[in-house]
Write a protein that binds this ligand. Structure first.
Ligand code: ATP
Ligand code: MG
Length: 394
């Protein structure tokens, strides 16, 4: 009997200009973390351009589901593994068809067999092997061959030690394994946008650290609970996530007292960015990530984005800059953060929000307000009082 397994493939395109060895190491680690969540034993073998998962403890469907959460994997392929001979491969193909379509004699389907040799020492050429296997299927199942437009496409892959046969090719998460591009610090609110921005950043290979600003002591902890629950969801994609919670209620009040007026929201945003930049230096993050989308709300006009960005020298990445709200919400549902973002909370931004927000600002306007606070003293103090949480377990 051929044994069930799951093949994980990454697009060759993902590797363009990259160091293959490092990419594969990150991918292997990501796969290990994603599939061995509950301590179940899953064997992971490395083949040329492929990772092979197998487990005696978990059903194949469960392995497939876990594999579909791994960043950097473009195709997830449930497969059967057989010995490396033409006759064993034929038995595996017949077994696969029975598992997938019941016993022979049912509905007739047009089929094609595509064989590929990753190991060229196999004694038969790919086309001879495909023809041989096709003949067996014709004989046992009575299905007609149709190479042009088959209903069932059987893929046979000959490797160095074994043969894999499969009929389904499922989509993986795509992108690059988290950590393969470096480290970033995400400014995470309780809304829809920033968790999606974090996911997109991870999917481009950034390992993410998170910071949430709460309005404490003037708001209740609901926004912090949401941030915690969001990081827990996002942790599935990278593991060992850390959430820093910084209370800025008093600082927000100080800005208001300093006469920020219509500039209050932008001034708060600059304070967040400044504090995040200092934290980034502590945790070794090379960039900041926000959920900003151009023009979505009045604080996100081009001039406000520019004024906020000017508060740091770090690159400020905005993966959702050109996304519509509907696109963002659909993605939030897909990655499982939507249900958390939807919960009500007391966000620090609504605290002290002016009746109208300035839509055209310049950094010089802000320096007047900020000059009345001692930022060099304030920022380290905010960070000294920050709380560090590990929502995904440490
Ligand atoms: P979101 O859905 O992420 O809350 P938003 O559409 O509500 O975004 P804003 O509230 O203007 O937009 O925030 C823009 C970005 O600033 C957020 O995406 C997030 O990256 C950052 N941000 C806002 N509030 C906070 C907060 N309390 N803590 C951390 N980051 C925040
Ligand atoms: Mg928000």
């Amino acid at each position: 009997m051929a044994q069930p397994c799951v093949l994980l493939k990454y697009g060759e395109l993902a590797l363009k200009g990259r160091n293959r060895g490092a990419f594969e190491r990150h991918l292997l680690r990501a796969a290990q973390r994603a599939v061995r969540t509950d301590g179940a034993f899953v064997k992971i073998a490395r083949r040329k351009g492929v990772l092979v998962l197998s487990s005696k403890e978990l059903p194949q469907a469960e392995l497939v589901e876990r594999a579909q959460g791994v960043l950097g994997v473009s195709v997830v392929q449930p497969a059967l593994r057989s010995a490396r001979t033409p006759s064993s491969a034929a038995e595996a193909v017949l077994q696969l068809l029975t598992e997938r379509f019941g016993e022979p004699g049912g509905v007739s389907r047009r089929f094609a067999i595509k064989a590929r040799r990753r190991d060229k020492t196999f004694p038969m050429s790919s086309s001879t092997l495909a023809a041989y296997l096709g003949e067996r299927v014709c004989k046992e199942w009575g299905w007609p061959v149709d190479l042009g437009d088959p209903e069932v496409r059987v893929l046979v892959e000959v490797d160095e030690h074994e043969v894999f046969v499969s009929v389904d090719r499922l989509r993986g998460q795509g992108g690059l394994p988290a950590g393969s591009s470096g480290r970033a610090l995400v400014l995470l609110s309780g809304g829809f946008d920033s968790p999606v921005a974090a996911y997109r950043a991870m999917r481009r290979g950034l390992r993410c650290e998170f910071v949430h600003f709460s309005g404490a002591p003037f708001t209740n902890p609901s926004s912090t609970y949401k941030a915690y629950a969001l990081v827990r969801q996002l942790d599935r994609f990278q593991g060992h996530s850390r959430l820093h919670v910084v209370s800025i209620g008093d600082a927000q009040r100080a800005l208001a007292t300093a006469g920020a007026g219509q500039l209050q929201v932008v001034a708060q945003r600059r304070l967040m960015v400044r504090t995040a930049a200092a934290l980034a230096a502590e945790v070794g993050a090379q960039a900041l990530v926000t959920g900003d989308s151009l023009g979505q709300v009045s604080s996100q006009t081009l001039s406000n984005l520019a004024t906020v960005e000017q508060a740091t020298t770090l690159p400020l990445l905005r993966p959702l800059l050109a996304w519509d709200k509907e696109e963002i919400i659909a993605e939030a549902e897909r990655i499982g953060t939507g249900q958390v973002s939807r919960l009500p909370d007391e966000d620090c931004c609504s605290l002290l929000a002016p009746p109208s927000v300035a839509t055209r600002t310049r950094p010089e306007q802000l320096s007047a307000v900020e000059g009345r606070l001692d930022l060099d003293e304030l920022v380290p103090k905010l960070l000294a009082n920050a709380q560090v949480l590990t929502p995904g377990g440490s």
